[in-house]
Design a protein around this ligand. Structure first.
Ligand code: HEM
Length: 179
């Protein structure tokens, strides 16, 4: 997993829960990296899982909620760090359709070792888009936060309904409906 995912997670934890909390979760997580990340480095995905589990233990906030909030934080990082991906799109549905075919393709060129999910999109009708998330990293809660924040970014009003398509969390369907 790319370092930017870790450095931004640390920023979010420090601003929401304080520096003390961040130090504590790094100490107790027993990380191969020692909790030292650079934005361009690559680290084991399991380190992120450990950090989130420790944060959840200490804050009593469920893991899925923490990942969702983190997804919202991350979209803010993407809109300011990669504005070019948002400039040619006027609505959330077209943006979502571009993630797999364009945005994550460009991300992969920038960081050849990035591990990205797959998104299959399907327009059901004018107001409904289905997005199927597939990834061995099981970060659909992060995806949910990113999806909701994207809808807010485009100042739209939509509902997002998730449905797990298998028991282990690697395939999840999101149905997004404009209201
Ligand atoms: C400009 C917009 C975006 C950029 C620049 C971007 C970039 C990235 C980067 C750098 C990673 C980390 C890869 C790694 O750690 O190896 C990532 C992962 C991920 N991205 Fe995107 N992304 C964008 C938009 C989105 C959106 C809108 C969604 C959701 C709808 C999304 C879903 C995910 C998920 C869930 C992961 C975690 C890895 C996984 O689940 O396998 N991304 N993205």
């Amino acid at each position: 997993m790319k370092g930017i995912v870790f450095t931004e997670f640390i920023d979010m934890v420090e601003s929401k829960f304080g520096y003390g909390m961040m130090d504590e979760i790094i100490e107790t997580s027993n990380l191969p990296s020692g909790g030292v990340y650079t934005a361009v480095g690559t680290y084991d995905h399991s380190e992120m899982v450990k950090l989130v589990v420790e944060l959840s233990n200490r804050t009593q906030i469920p893991i899925n909620e923490l990942l969702k909030s983190y997804g919202k934080h991350l979209l803010g990082v993407f809109t300011s760090g990669y504005p070019q991906f948002f400039e040619n799109t006027n609505d959330a549905f077209s943006f979502f359709e571009q993630i797999d075919q364009y945005i994550h393709v460009e991300v992969q060129k920038l960081y050849p070792d990035a591990e990205l999910p797959k998104f299959d999109t399907n327009r059901i009708d004018d107001s409904t888009l289905e997005m199927i998330y597939t990834s061995q990293r099981k970060m659909s809660d992060l995806a949910e936060g990113l999806i909701e924040a994207t809808i807010e970014f485009f100042k739209e009003n939509s509902t997002v309904v998730r449905e797990d398509l298998n028991p282990n969390g690697t395939i999840v369907k999101f149905t997004i409906t404009r209201v």
